[in-house]
Design a protein around this ligand. Structure first.
Ligand code: AMP
Ligand code: ZN
Length: 464
């Protein structure tokens, strides 16, 4: 077994991954806020997480993957200010927050299916775990980590000594920044809402009773409550985009470890941004918001082209989106499919996975998911001095990680059973130098509507 090295934001270095529990790896990935379509930047993060999961599976681990759906409590402003994004979406579309949530959850599931992203084992909506979130806040209250102010119950970050462990941020500088802090009642600028009260005189579409008053949970508490509910107190890997490091994940760690007294997750992994127009972050709030539908499907481009494109930049490096990058990925994917089709025309499906190349793939992916190197290994394999049948078998095995649906070449171009049998018979006849039988079999194949060519590399058979 090759060791698997993953970059851990907590230690700021690559570490060998060792699961906590021998039965499964607990993987938690922060899911979408369902007030709008996911943009292809969001989807880059889910693609990185999918590769992580597939690499774990390829290494033989059993993975228990939980993804939340944020359908309440994520506010438009930073640090618990502004309106609930769900209510903004509802107003924008003249529908209820619940309808918006259901609609964009389905849209998201469709997007990830189109990208061949494996579904989590457990999907969980924030609004389905309100009681778990309230229990967790009560526990924090009992332990003295909370305080109440006019608009909600807050976590006192000064009581959690290692608050900056993940982000490494300079908290004194943040104190300095407190001048621009918009909520003067908070004790520390980094304190965050665990429970927010519904505004006075206003009935929110999504609100619940709680020991502190009617309201809704803060955004961060849902991920702690859900990961603990489904995976336990001390877990393996938690991921998201880099924008989650300073606030969302930092707050998740503070509240979870304060509540349980245990380390929350061993590994924290973060995907870099998708940028556009020369380094500008793609954001839902910005004009540069591109969806899978508008950028790929409506242009007649397979979403798998985007999947392929995402492999060409390492997940910890920013990726620049442009028409040229899509074109390059489109050519790259087509080239790969053509190479395999070509091989399939000449070779039966009885190859074996070549261990030497499997090792090479593992070296690349187990080095912190180095997909650019993995793609080079794919090409090296297809050009290697091994049989065509083995090349196909090896590439299809690699596709458990790539998820490019390379097996479609078999579905599209496979020779019908009857033809395949005739081709095999003819190959045998030629090996035995039975030229008459070989010619007869060629005519038989051609009568059935297939072309037979004898080339330097061997017999090629394809539909006329
Ligand atoms: P949201 O739906 O806003 O909660 O974001 C969903 C995921 O997308 C989170 O893990 C974010 O960190 C990530 N994300 C947001 N913007 C980008 C971007 N431009 N590139 C890559 N990931 C992003
Ligand atoms: Zn989260």
């Amino acid at each position: 077994m090759k060791p698997l090295y993953l970059y851990n934001t907590l230690s700021r270095r690559k570490e060998e991954f060792k699961p906590l529990n021998r039965d499964f790896v607990g993987l938690y990935t922060c899911g979408p806020t369902v007030y709008n379509h996911a943009h292809i930047g969001n989807l880059r993060t889910y693609l990185f997480e999918d590769i992580l999961k597939r690499v774990l599976l390829y290494n033989g681990f059993t993975v228990k993957h939980v993804m939340n759906i944020t359908d309440v409590g994520h506010l438009t402003g930073d640090r618990d200010m502004g309106e609930d994004k769900m209510e903004t979406g509802a107003r924008r579309e003249g529908r209820s927050a619940w309808e918006i949530a259901a609609f964009y959850t389905e849209a998201f599931k469709k997007d990830i299916a189109r990208l061949n992203i494996l579904e989590p084992d457990i999907w969980c909506k924030a609004t389905d775990t309100i009681s778990e979130q309230i229990s967790l806040i009560r526990l924090l209250e009992e332990k003295g980590y909370t305080y109440g102010i006019g608009d909600g119950i807050y976590f006192d970050t000064s009581k959690f000594k290692e608050y900056a462990r993940l982000s490494n941020q300079n908290l004194d500088a943040l104190q300095e920044g407190a001048r621009v802090e918009k909520n003067p009642e908070k004790k520390n600028p980094t304190d965050f809402a665990l429970w927010k009260f519904s505004p006075p005189q206003i009935r929110r579409q999504m609100e619940w009773e709680s020991p502190w008053g009617v309201g809704f949970p803060g955004w961060h508490i849902e991920c702690s409550a859900m990961s603990m509910k489904f995976l336990g107190d001390h877990l393996d890997i938690h991921c998201g985009g880099v924008d989650h490091i300073d606030v969302h994940h930092t707050n998740e760690i503070a509240q979870s470890e304060a509540a349980t007294g245990k380390k929350f997750f061993n590994f924290w992994m973060h995907g870099a941004f998708l940028n556009i127009h020369g380094g500008k972050k793609m954001a839902k709030s910005a004009e540069n918001f591109l969806t899978l539908d508008s950028t790929f499907l409506q242009q007649g481009i397979s979403p798998l082209v985007y999947r392929f494109a995402s492999f060409l930049t390492h997940y910890r490096n920013p990726m620049e989106y442009s028409d040229e990058s899509v074109k390059a990925a489109r050519n790259g994917l087509q080239h790969l499919q053509n190479q395999l089709r070509q091989l399939r025309r000449d070779h039966p499906a009885d190859g074996i996975v070549q261990p030497r190349f499997r090792e090479k793939l593992l070296s690349a992916i187990n080095d912190d998911l180095n997909m650019p190197r993995a793609m080079a290994v794919v090409q090296e394999t297809l050009k290697a001095d091994i049989s065509g049948a083995d090349k196909i078998a090896t590439a299809l095995d690699f596709d458990r990680v790539l998820g490019l649906d390379l097996a479609q070449i078999d579905r599209q171009d496979a020779l019908p059973e009857k033809i395949r049998k005739l081709v095999d018979d003819r190959r045998k006849a030629r090996q035995e130098k039975q030229w008459e039988a070989s010619d007869r079999l060629r005519d038989e194949i051609q009568e059935l509507g297939f072309v037979v060519q004898d080339t330097k590399e061997g017999m090629k058979v394809f539909k006329a």
